[in-house]
Ligand binder design. Structure first.
Ligand code: 0O2
Ligand code: 0O2
Length: 202
C-alpha cells in the first residue's frame, strides 16, 4: 500500500475541517459572543497506529477506508459542558458533512471514565481525480475531559493498554473529579462569561 497517496485526502479533510471550525470560532469572536469552541486540534492517524488497530479489530487492509472511521480525526475542545451540545447542534445543521453516527459519552461515560461526544461523518473532498467521500471522526469535549483523556491516553500507551489496577482506580477518581469540576463551572458559567466579556472589551 502506498500510504502517502492513500492518506493525502485524509490530511486534506483534517485541514478543511480545522479551517471551518476555526471560522466558526472567529465568527463568535467578531460578534462578541461566547465561543463554544476553545481550540481545535486534528491529526491523521499515524500508519503504525492504523496497522495496529487493523490487526486488533481484524480489519483486512483493503477494507480500512470503509471500516476504520478515525483515520481523519479532529477534536473540538470547549470550556463548558453546554458548549458541547451547542457545537453538536451546529454540526447537525450543516450541509457540508453527513453525520453517520453519534456517540454521547458525555452523558454516559465509558467504563474507563472517558467522556467525550463523538461524531462519525462523511465528508466530500475534491481530489485531482474527482470528488471523494472520506470518513472522519469529530471528538467534542471540555477542557477538563480533555485533560483527563490526554493523561489516560499516555498511561495506556505506557502500559500498552494494561494499566495497573491501582492506577486505574486513581483514574476513575480523577474522572469523577473532572466531572465535578465541569459541573461546578457550569453553575458559575454566566459569571465567568461576563468576566470574559469585560476582559475582551479592554
Ligand atoms: P494549528 O494552529 O492548527 O497549526 P490557534 O490559531 O489559536 O488555533 P496557534 O496560534 O497556532 O493556534 O497556537 P496555539 O493557540 O498556541 O496552539 C497550538 C496548538 O496547540 C493548536 O493545535 C491548539 O489547538 C493546541 N492546543 C492544545 N492545548 C491548547 C490549549 O489549552 N489552548 C489553546 N489555545 N490551544 C491548545 P493545532 O491545531 O495543531 O494548531
Ligand atoms: P487514538 O490513539 O486516540 O487514535 P468501540 O468499538 O466503540 O469500542 P471505537 O469504534 O474505536 O471503539 O470508537 P470509540 O469508543 O468512540 O473510540 C474512538 C476514539 O475515542 C479512540 O481512538 C480514542 O481517541 C477515544 N477514546 C475512546 N475511549 C477512550 C478512553 O477510554 N480513553 C481515552 N483516552 N480515549 C478514548 P483510538 O483509535 O482508540 O485511539
Amino acid at each position: 500500500m502506498n500510504w502517502d497517496v492513500m492518506l493525502t485526502p485524509y490530511s486534506q479533510v483534517v485541514e478543511e475541517l480545522k479551517v471551518k471550525l476555526k471560522g466558526m470560532r472567529a465568527q463568535f469572536e467578531h460578534e462578541k459572543r461566547h465561543s463554544p469552541i476553545e481550540f481545535i486540534t486534528g491529526r491523521v492517524k499515524p500508519v503504525a497506529s492504523i496497522l495496529e488497530k487493523a490487526e486488533k479489530r481484524q480489519i483486512p487492509l483493503k477494507n480500512i477506508e470503509q471500516e476504520m472511521q478515525d483515520i481523519a480525526g479532529v477534536r473540538v475542545v470547549c470550556q463548558f459542558v453546554d458548549d458541547i451540545y451547542t457545537i453538536v447542534h451546529m454540526l447537525q445543521n450543516r450541509n457540508d458533512m453527513k453525520i453517520l453516527e453519534e456517540k454521547d459519552y458525555v452523558s454516559r461515560k465509558k467504563d474507563s471514565g472517558y467522556r467525550s461526544y463523538h461524531m462519525i461523518i462523511e465528508y466530500p473532498v475534491e481530489t485531482i481525480d474527482g470528488m471523494r467521500v472520506i470518513l472522519a471522526e469529530i471528538q467534542i469535549r471540555t477542557l477538563a475531559m480533555n485533560f483527563w483523556a490526554t493523561n489516560e491516553h499516555s498511561l495506556n500507551y505506557k502500559y500498552k493498554g494494561r494499566i495497573p489496577a491501582e492506577i486505574k482506580e486513581r483514574l476513575q477518581r480523577a474522572a469523577e473529579a473532572a466531572f465535578k469540576l465541569d459541573e461546578e463551572m457550569s453553575k458559575i458559567k454566566n459569571e465567568v462569561q461576563e468576566a470574559q466579556r469585560i476582559f475582551h472589551r479592554k
